[in-house]
Design a protein around this ligand. Structure first.
Ligand code: COA
Length: 182
């Protein structure tokens, strides 16, 4: 877990400047360099194990963005996406439509010490820019209704939301969103 002593829990210009998003290659070597930082918050937030995330770094078609605090050199946020044909190929979402130009956001998380500072926006912008450059037209994601998360996504993306389907899941009520990258 990172510690940013003296940082108030509000939007902080200095913090925003030192937290820089970047696209990283989906390779096991990259994963090995960032896994300790990433697992320190993914474990705390979702109870995830390393294998729940490392698989994405074995998928050359995955697009992965991280947020790095350049002052401490720690990775303090991550989000990644996989083509829907892969994300929905079995199990949970097998029945979903698999648009060839859509990509599914599997995970978005920040180190709790870095939350509520407006840092998720730059991280998502970085991911979305890379996805546009690869030719994707839509992102898809599920967002929990709890903590007003789905409501926040709806407000954030507004007119870009093309499809919205509420559903129940083992994580509680969720909303499936298809969001235009245009
Ligand atoms: C979800 C999470 C990344 C948001 O980070 P945060 O620090 O709380 O949010 P920030 O202060 O950076 O930004 C908040 C703004 O971004 C928006 N936002 C939140 N999550 C977003 C997302 N995934 N994509 C785009 N925008 C998002 C909010 O609507 C809010 O907009 P507003 O300023 O207009 O109100 C963070 O709370 C987290 O890691 N939570 C635990 C993991 C989780 O629930 N992940 C989502 C399910 S995969």
């Amino acid at each position: 877990m990172s510690s940013i002593e003296g940082t108030p829990k509000n939007h902080n210009e200095a913090l925003a400047q030192r937290c820089v998003p970047e696209i990283v290659q989906a390779t096991p070597e990259v994963w090995s360099t960032i896994k300790d930082d990433v697992m320190s918050f993914e474990k705390e937030l979702f109870g995830l194990e390393e294998t729940d995330i490392s698989y994405a770094f074995q998928n050359t078609e995955a697009t992965i963005a991280i947020l790095r605090d350049v002052k401490t050199n720690e990775v303090v946020g991550i989000t990644y996406a996989e083509p829907v044909a892969q994300a929905y190929q079995s199990g949970l979402h097998a029945e979903r439509e698999k648009l060839p130009n859509a990509i599914y956001i599997q995970n978005t998380a920040l180190d709790p010490d870095y939350m509520k500072q407006g840092l998720v926006g730059p991280l998502m912008d970085c991911l979305e820019e890379a996805l546009r450059a690869k030719g994707y037209k839509f992102i898809e994601r599920d967002s929990v209704v709890a903590h007003a998360y789905a409501e926040n996504i709806k407000r954030k993306y507004g007119d870009r939301i093309m499809l919205e389907i509420p559903h129940s899941s083992k994580w509680g009520d969720q909303v499936f969103f298809r969001i235009s990258l245009a």
